[in-house]
Each structure stands twice: as C-alpha cells, then as structure tokens.
Design a protein around this ligand. Structure first.
Ligand SMILES: Cc1cc2nc3c(=O)[nH]c(=O)nc-3n(C[C@H](O)[C@H](O)[C@H](O)COP(=O)(O)OP(=O)(O)OC[C@H]3O[C@@H](n4cnc5c(N)ncnc54)[C@H](O)[C@@H]3O)c2cc1C
Length: 414
C-alpha cells in the first residue's frame, strides 16, 4: 500500500536506517535528514592509505536477534573471531577461551594460569545458566554493577584482572565495570550463542547494506536539524519542512527544545591504528592487556582484504582509561605500552580516532520497550540505542519500535 503521508527521520545512524526499512515495508517513503555527509552515525569505516579503518573498533555479534532479522550476515563477508582472548600480563602471554566452541582452545585454556580450575568451572556454569535465561528475564532481573555481580559469582582476582576487566572494559568502554550486570549477561549470552564477527572491509559495510536495502527512502546529507516543533522541522540554515510524522533517531541534541528532557552522558574511548610487519597473536583473537599500569586495554590484528600496501598487518589498539594526553602524546604512550607489555615493536602509526560519544550511559537498561514509549507526542517519535542499551541490536530494535508506533498511529487516524 502506497502511503502518502510526509514521514521524516532525523539521523541516518543504524536506528534511523532501520526505521526507514520498516516504514518502507509498510508502504511509506520516508525522507532522512542527516547532519553529516554520510550514513552510519557511529558505524563508519574510513579508507586511509587503502586500509579499511573503523571509526572506533567494534564487533558484530551474530546472535543479536535484530541483526539476524535485518542483516544478511554472510554478505558482510565476516571474519569469525575465536571465542577467547590472548592475555598479555607481566611479560607472559596465554590464551583462554571456550573449548566447547573451538577445540583449538582446549589445551591453551587448560594450561592458562590466569584462570583457576574453579574459575574455568564457573565460566562453564555461567554459560549454561545464561543460555537458559531469556532476554526478558535478563533485562527484568537484578541491576547491580557487573564487577559486583562477577565478585558475587566468586571469580578469582586473577580471573577478574586478567580476563573480565580488560575484556568487558573494551565492550562497555569504561574501566571499572560499573555497567549493569544486565548488559554483561546480555552480551555474555550473545557471545555464547554465536560468533563475534568483523566484516572483512570494516564495520561500515553494515551501514552500506542497510542503505542498499532502501528503495523509496531519500537520504539528504549535510542537513543538520535545529528544532522539531508542532510538526515542523527547522534546519540550522533557517529553512523549515512540514511533516506528518517525525522520528528523531539521534541522542545528540535537545531537538524538541523542551526543558527536562534527557541529556545523554557518554562513554568514550580511543582507537589507534598502526601498520606492522608481524602478527604477534597469529590467530583471530582479541589481545587483552591486563597489567594495571598499561594505558592500552586491548589490541587486535585486522584482516585487510583490500589493502594496497605491502605492509601486511593492521594493528588496532583500544584505549578505554581516561587520560588528558594530546593525540601525539597518546600515540607515544601507546607505542611504549605495546613494546613494554606486549613486546610489539616496529609499528608505524596510521591513524588515531578519539571517540567522544561511544556508548550512551543508560540508567535502566532494557532490551525492548512498549510501542508507547517511542512516542514523544502525537506525531513525533524517538529512536536510538540510548533508549535501550548501547548496542547495534538496541539501535535496530529502537528504530523498528519507533516506526511501528508511527505506523500504528497513522493507521488509527486514517
Ligand atoms: C567505539 C564504539 C564501539 C562500539 N562497539 C560496539 C560493539 O562492539 N557492538 C555493538 O553492538 N555496538 C557497539 N557500539 C555501539 C553501536 O555502534 C551503536 O549502538 C549504534 O551505532 C547506535 O546507532 P544510533 O542510530 O542509535 O545512533 P548514531 O549512530 O549516533 O546515529 C545518529 C545519527 O544522527 C545524526 N544526527 C545527530 N544530530 C543530528 C541533527 N541535529 N540533525 C540531523 N542528523 C543528526 C548523526 O550524524 C548520526 O548519523 C560501539 C560504538 C562505538 C562508537
């Protein structure tokens, strides 16, 4: 059914693009206004010297329900990460992981001193427990900091310091694991249920795929919206557009100008890329830098299917700890840390991305909301990961929810 209503979406991030997909399926032809010159929001890849560099390292968890619903995962040409990590601590390197999902991890995990025998049993038990718990129960369940939850589970100090702290700091983009255990359980369950993937040409191919699925949606780039009021969209250049339905798919501005509306706090991080001649991990594994003196949190060697240079490896380094260093000093510190804690030398700096808005800090983490929660007023709706939790799954779920609320209202009115 061809719907003539004027439908506008503000923001071409993953939530805005998902909303457009759902609206198209129901016969609408939305227009997206995007402030920047390209789609994707926080999911973008830049090509620098022929290398595909994500603007902030991230992975795609294939078990995310909304990812399975909205993406053709195989078409992203993903590289599957092994379910584990290489831990760098005190000059030692060891691998721990889930041998039930990758048998190559069995012997290194048995040998690993970072986790006690009791830790290994507890990890297996936690896996079983979370696989048997529904997402609904996880998000309605206890809401204590992840760190307290893991300590209550009785994990050893060594397991906390060497594995949980650096691994989940890299995921939550905060160093003390203060993020709610609901998010921990959700992510842990997703890791246990499917693989963590890195698209061969970077995370931005997710955006490209969503955009390519849109047939009737128009995306207008470099159109920063200034205000949304009474069904009118005002742009920063002073022009206006009247609309029947508006989805605000960004957490960035207080576009409706109402006092008391939420102002989102953000977890930030730095991603620094280097070219290098050797891959010190030699397996598709994340490297965790567990030493408390290290500024760097995690590292990974990235596949570079379309690299043009003769340098074969790209090393991505994530910094989560807060710091006041300039870009140049940060880079020097990271190089020193790579050498001191990982024995990785001879790296050539490529690019630094300071991510000031990485993940939203969400007080009451949710997996889904009733459609009514996406309605701001009779013709304005909200979408964005900040409404649920900081993940691609949440961005897609919120875009879908806002679009469905809009469709419901439109159908009621007509
Ligand atoms: C460093 C980093 C690591 C991450 N790691 C992971 C991970 O491993 N796994 C995972 O699932 N998720 C991860 N995420 C989170 C995931 O990327 C986000 O949840 C998701 O991209 C959010 O999409 P969104 O549409 O809600 O918001 P955004 O991506 O923020 O999109 C909002 C869009 O609105 C536009 N906009 C803003 N203001 C205006 C305006 N006034 N007018 C017009 N347009 C406007 C912006 O330019 C942007 O394009 C990570 C994010 C970062 C940054």
């Amino acid at each position: 059914m061809d719907k003539k209503a004027r439908v506008h979406i503000i923001g071409a991030g993953i939530s805005g693009l998902t909303a457009a997909l759902v609206l198209e399926k129901h016969g609408f032809a939305p227009v997206i206004y995007e402030a920047s010159g390209s789609a994707g929001g926080r999911v973008k890849t830049e090509i620098i010297n022929g290398y595909h560099l994500d603007i902030g390292f991230q992975v795609l968890l294939e078990a995310y329900p909304k990812v399975q619903q909205y993406l053709d995962i195989q078409a992203l040409e993903p590289i599957e990460l092994w379910p584990g990590a290489m831990i760098f601590n005190n000059g030692r390197r060891e691998i721990i992981g889930d041998p039930l999902r990758n048998i190559a991890l069995l012997w290194p995990t048995i040998k690993a001193g970072s986790a006690t025998f009791s830790d290994k049993l507890k990890v297996a038990r936690l896996n079983l427990e979370l696989q048997a718990t529904s997402l609904k129960d996880i998000f309605n369940g206890e809401d204590i900091p992840t760190r307290d939850y893991l300590l209550q589970k009785g994990f050893s100090d060594s397991m906390m310091t060497n594995f949980f702290l650096p691994f989940f700091s890299g995921i939550f983009l905060e160093e003390h694991l203060q993020t709610s255990c609901r998010m921990f359980k959700f992510v842990y369950k997703m890791f246990g249920k499917g693989s963590a993937l890195i698209p061969k040409d970077g995370i931005g191919v997710i955006t490209d795929q969503l955009v390519s699925k849109l047939g009737r949606t128009k995306i207008k780039y470099n159109r920063p919206v200034y205000q949304v009021k009474d069904g009118a969209i005002s742009f920063e250049d002073g022009s206006q557009q009247l609309s029947d339905h508006i989805i605000i798919a960004t957490a960035d501005t207080n576009l409706t100008g109402r006092t008391g509306e939420r102002s989102v706090q953000w977890q930030c991080s730095d991603t620094i890329y280097f070219e290098c001649l050797k891959d010190e991990i030699r397996k598709p594994l994340i490297g965790l830098v567990a030493d408390s003196e290290a500024l760097i949190n995690s590292i990974i060697y990235l596949p570079q299917g379309s690299a043009v240079s003769r340098i074969p490896y790209i090393l991505s380094v994530t910094v989560v700890k807060s710091h006041q260093l300039s870009s140049v000093d940060l880079r020097k510190q990271v190089e020193a840390d790579l050498s001191r804690f990982c024995d990785i030398n001879d790296v050539k700096f490529l690019k630094h991305y300071a991510i000031r808005k990485g993940l939203p800090v969400v007080e009451d983490l949710k997996n889904r909301l009733p459609l009514s929660a996406y309605r701001l007023d009779k013709n304005t709706y909200l979408a964005g990961d900040y409404l649920l939790n900081g993940s691609l799954n949440a961005a897609m779920a919120s875009g879908e929810g806002a679009a469905l609320a809009l469709i419901e209202d439109h159908n009621m009115a007509s």
